[in-house]
Design a protein around this ligand. Sequence first.
Ligand code: FAD
Length: 473
Amino acid sequence: MSALLQTLRDICGAANVLSRHEADNDLSAWEQDWRKRSRGCALAVVRPASTAEVAAVVKACAAHATPIVPQGGNTGLVVGSVPDGSGTQVVLSMTRMQAVRALDAANLTMTVEAGCVLQNLQETAAGAGFLFPLSLAAEGSCTIGGNLGTNAGGTQVLRYGNARDLCLGLEVVTAQGQVWNGLSGLRKDNTGYDLRHLMIGSEGTLGIITAATMKLYPLPAATLTAWAAVPSMEAAVALLGMAHQKLGPGLTGFEVMGQLALGLVDRHYPQQRVPLFKNHPWCVLLENSDSESENHARGQFEALLEAAIESGCVSDAVVAENLTQARALWHIRESIPLAQAQEGLNIKHDISLPVSSIPAFVAETDALLKREIPGVQLVNFGHLGDGNLHYNVQAPPGSDGMTFLVQQEERVNTLVYDQVARFAGSISAEHGVGELKASKLPHYKDPTALSMMRAVKQALDPQNILNPRKVLA
Ligand code: FAD
């Protein structure tokens, strides 16, 4: 056994260092990404149980110039959390660090370790009478460290912001194995560069997040969900404007779903009964979280939808009668990526644009792709309230998904990302860059921003041992 592996065992215990050199160890769960786009080969998987252990592991790896790939729930969608194929990288799995260190009701904060599963955080907060609003379909397995590493978004960004906006402090192990304790929980602290924001969204390339202090909110008195059919993307944007006006901060969700996307749910999960989609090109899911009462929320929703129907931006609508119906509507939205996976391989784009540009972007880009690739299917849905579209491109009916991916991915990506750049958008709204989009960054990121990013990486990780070749190729 190598000296490094022996040192890692001394730090974390033999049972928590799984080496690929031992025949019994199957490391595939840590080596394969969620979308099965990449299968790496790790030197070992190391599972520390404390910040001190993480620091010691990093020091040992630094001494051997061995790269480290931080990993939480491994649900990332851009090949950021898995090792390369060299067999020389250590996967640092954070899933044993799950403690809730403190819940400060007066400060409205909760301090948790990086390996806490998002759903457990939500439940802990709810158990204490608070809302922790970060919510996404992978919440049963993604971790808060991964959420912060990718600056995750999800369904409540419209009202509460993304992971970055919910974080007040971090504890981080640096590339040299030092511990930075920044778990202040302060809402105001103007004492120089904001290192917290540098770490958030850095995808494990600048430091290892070991704990975080996150914001809590009062639980809403009532949360109502509505489903509206709209005649066009322009109408969906107009409805969003009306919803902002009439619901104010109560508007906590605004998701748009194209007919083809809902058709996939209808085909693969027929038990779900998708409302209103057959005769309408787009549907919208709205959520109203009210601090007064259910009656108040319902009254507001009904007034909004009546006005929207009168103005022509809504064709038809239903408001969920109870929690079960509301959950069923959200379940349809969350099933779109799963139904797409059932349908076959496709080319995914997680893009953001100014909301006002989205109708023109969709119309022009749809027309461009249909002209270039006859029969191509455009499966569009996303967090319209945040200007975030999942603009996914599927093979023509009857064609093989894998062949389509191999032959068309580069061309389709260039067509879509050039359009995104033309409309002043971003090629990654919430999933991050990882390895998947690292080669694209030099084409689409401002060159000065990119050189500042390289300077930061060089300053904080001069050995380039933290998640090399992710984000910056
Ligand atoms: P991992 O996948 O393990 O890691 C992600 C990145 O963070 C990697 O670069 C890794 O190196 C780094 N990292 C992990 N832990 C740490 C740490 N402790 N310190 C430093 N770096 C770390 N994302 C959204 O934003 N919005 C969505 O709505 C959304 N929906 C999803 C739905 C499904 C079904 C799936 C599978 C994924 C979805 N995602 C979404 C993507 C994914 O869930 C998020 O990116 C999530 O935040 C990743 O958390 P994780 O713990 O699984 O991180």
